[in-house]
Design a protein around this ligand. Structure first.
Ligand SMILES: Nc1ncnc2c1ncn2[C@@H]1O[C@H](COP(=O)(O)OP(=O)(O)O)[C@@H](O)[C@H]1O
Ligand SMILES: [Mg+2]
Length: 316
């Protein structure tokens, strides 16, 4: 499928009564075998996009194909091709862990024998074998999520959708989930995830679409997106006292500066020619009579990219 496993054209959603587009003319192509990230702040339209692709939200206009199937015209067919892990715990509390998997298989038209085998195998693969006969009440949050991931792939979906998979997880569980998704992907699973964590998009995703206010602002690999910043070093300078005049001073005095952005108590400099950057910034501060309280050096992140695209920060 040269067009990719997900293909949208002009995909748009206006919720009833709303006077704005929650998703605005999205043209997206997700390739088979990649981990694709939709990155954006709260309200960007990520969940609405995932909702339309998984048949939960009806588009206002535009088209969306998953595995070549039009999700609006053929939702039942499309559902066979997708796996969904939602943010809420959607496990059946009346059933054991094993039964949650088994009945999912049956629901997707898989025979009893094959469903039994898949349920047992997946519990082992996801290190939940010991919990097979336990109630899902017995599971920790991280384990419940693992079971939901196992369930979501039991019918071998062409694409696995995860909406903000690590929101609210502690750092250790977050790393464990990244590891798990990486493994599934290396075994061939195409994954589309939404996130507002730039580190997650950067570390986990092969390609990232940056969204804000329903629109896609950029789409590329994390490395290529960061290269668009046009600077290889970000220096944050904080000064003693009033930073007025600081931005203009550094913009003038530090060679290679591509952008200066005010931050709390100082400025952030984007610098393209990074050799000897610290002495150059310190010398520039001295020439201007500014007293440095703090100086830190980092590389551009997807946060920097987002700021360059929108003028605002990704995290709130
Ligand atoms: N069911 C709904 N009804 C009305 N407005 C909604 C609904 N769901 C989301 N929205 C609005 O659509 C916009 C996009 O929301 P959403 O897709 O949830 O963004 P994200 O997942 O990126 O935070 C927001 O302004 C949100 O308030
Ligand atoms: Mg959301």
């Amino acid at each position: 499928m040269a067009d990719g496993i997900i293909h949208t054209e002009g995909l748009t959603k206006v919720y009833p009564g709303a006077d704005f587009k929650a998703v605005d003319g999205l043209d997206l192509r997700v390739r088979r075998g990649e981990i694709f990230g939709l990155l954006g702040p709260n309200g960007a339209g990520k969940t609405t996009t995932a909702g339309m692709l998984t048949t939960r939200v009806i588009p206002t206009s535009g088209t969306a194909l998953v595995g070549g199937i039009d999700v609006v015209a053929h939702p039942a067919l499309a559902k066979q091709l997708i796996g969904v892990v939602s943010q809420q715990n959607t496990l059946d509390r009346q059933l054991t862990c094993w039964e949650n998997l088994y009945f999912h298989g049956r629901l997707f038209g898989i025979g009893a024998k094959e469903s039994r085998r898949a349920a047992t195998d997946l519990l082992e693969q996801f290190q939940l074998g010991k919990w097979a006969d336990k109630s899902v009440y017995a599971l920790s949050g991280g384990m419940a999520q693992r079971l939901m991931v196992a369930r979501s792939i039991l019918h071998r979906p062409a694409v696995l959708f995860m909406d903000e998979p690590t929101a609210g997880l502690d750092p250790q569980s977050r790393l464990a989930l990244w590891e798990l998704l990486g493994e599934l992907n290396r075994a061939g699973q195409t994954i589309l995830l939404t996130t507002h964590y730039m580190e997650e998009a950067d570390q986990l995703c092969h390609r990232v679409a940056i969204m804000d206010r329903g629109r896609m602002l950029a789409l590329d690999t994390p490395a290529a997106l960061k290269a668009t910043v046009g600077a290889d070093t970000i220096v944050t300078v904080r000064t003693v006292g009033e930073p007025a005049g600081l931005a203009a001073h550094f913009e003038r005095e530090v060679e290679g500066t591509t952008r200066v952005r005010p931050v709390d108590g100082g400025v952030e400099l984007h610098i393209a020619r990074a050799d000897g950057v610290v002495p150059r910034v310190v010398a520039a501060a001295e020439r201007g009579g500014f007293h440095l309280a703090d100086l830190s050096v980092s590389e551009p992140t997807l946060e920097t990219v987002f700021i360059n695209l929108t003028g605002k920060e990704l995290r709130d």
